[in-house]
Design a binder for this molecule. Structure first.
Ligand SMILES: [Mn+2]
Length: 318
């Protein structure tokens, strides 16, 4: 259904529970809180289901919006959630028990699991769709605008990813008119790292194995590293993207030791130079040409050596 029909549906509902996706990002959180604030502005009772995956970067936005345990909801809305598999276990249990009434999303991979789906795949962020719902149901205020700005800014990588469109900028510009704290939001999400994160990055650089004249780099992080630093999982979030930032690097492999004597390897590459998926397939993994992964038994150094041999085999057939 289009956004006008979705807005009409929401306009007739009350006691609404909003679901976010696993390992929530700024888009799902911004949309959930923004939509919740909008529904409350319309005089409705609305809450966002607690998401245990939410990191400290996002939990402050949820203050005052997390549903009480005993919230008796009548309708369930999912935002920025492409598949049922992307729901947290708690949200999944609700979806399995009574279904999802409405899904608002922008992912082409949306599996149409909800009773009604408002899907606009040309949008960089789900927040750009919720922005249109605001126009139908109520009015923008600073609170809603801030949450939708968070959604659009984070899903476009602060307006630099290839998904960024003129509409992303137009929506952001309209939101900025509401005096949103865009400097704070963008600093928090794009110009701030925990000291532990910097330390993990330092270890990756110190241990970097460089091949092919600097085009290929591999490095590892162990469980002991995490423990020694007192680093949390959120300090290592998306750390596979780090080594690829080095000038001249076309292939970067980030090896992370996990429990059970295994290592998870994330491989990123320039697809014209190396097909990541082909290299990871040699180790039983897979993914995309530009980003793939595999799980390899053994310690970090064993796994790194195995990944190195797989990369060399794809590059040179040896
Ligand atoms: Mn999104």
């Amino acid at each position: 259904m289009d956004y006008k029909a979705a807005a009409a549906l929401l306009g007739g509902w009350d006691n609404i529970l909003i679901l976010t996706h696993k390992r929530p990002d700024g888009d799902t959180i911004g949309c959930a809180v923004g939509l919740c604030a909008l529904l409350r502005q319309c005089g409705k009772t609305a809450w966002v289901l607690k998401n245990p995956d939410a990191t400290s970067r996002f939990t402050p936005y949820l203050e005052g919006y997390v549903a009480p345990e005993d919230f008796a909801f009548d309708k369930v809305v999912a935002v920025d959630v492409a598949t049922l598999g992307l729901l947290t276990p708690e949200a999944r249990a609700i979806a399995d028990r009574r279904g999802v009434d409405l899904c608002v999303d922008h992912h082409p991979s949306n599996e149409n699991y909800a009773k009604e789906t408002c899907l606009e795949t040309d949008k960089a962020a789900c927040g750009e769709i919720v922005y249109k719902l605001v126009g139908e149901l109520g009015h923008l205020d600073r609170e809603i605008a801030s949450m939708l700005y968070l959604a659009v800014s984070t899903d476009t990588g602060c307006f630099v990813y290839s998904n960024t469109t003129p509409n992303s900028h137009q929506v952001a510009a309209a939101l900025m008119e509401l005096d949103v704290p865009y400097v704070d939001i963008n600093k928090r999400h794009f110009r701030t790292k925990s000291l532990n994160r910097m330390q993990l990055e330092r270890l990756l650089v110190e241990r970097m194995e460089v091949l092919e004249g600097g085009a290929v780099v591999l490095s590892s992080l162990t469980l002991a590293d995490m423990e020694t630093l007192g680093a949390r999982e959120e300090d290592a979030e998306d750390i596979a993207a780090f080594l690829g930032q080095i000038e001249g690097v076309k292939v970067s492999a980030t090896i992370r030791e996990v429990e059970n004597g295994e290592c998870k390897i994330s491989l990123r590459s320039d697809p014209d130079y190396l097909d990541s998926c082909a290299a990871c397939a040699l180790l039983g993994g897979g993914g995309h040409k530009t980003a793939s992964g595999c799980t390899v038994p053994g310690d970090a150094w064993t796994a790194q050596e195995a990944m190195k041999q797989a990369i060399l085999q794809v590059l040179h057939g040896r």
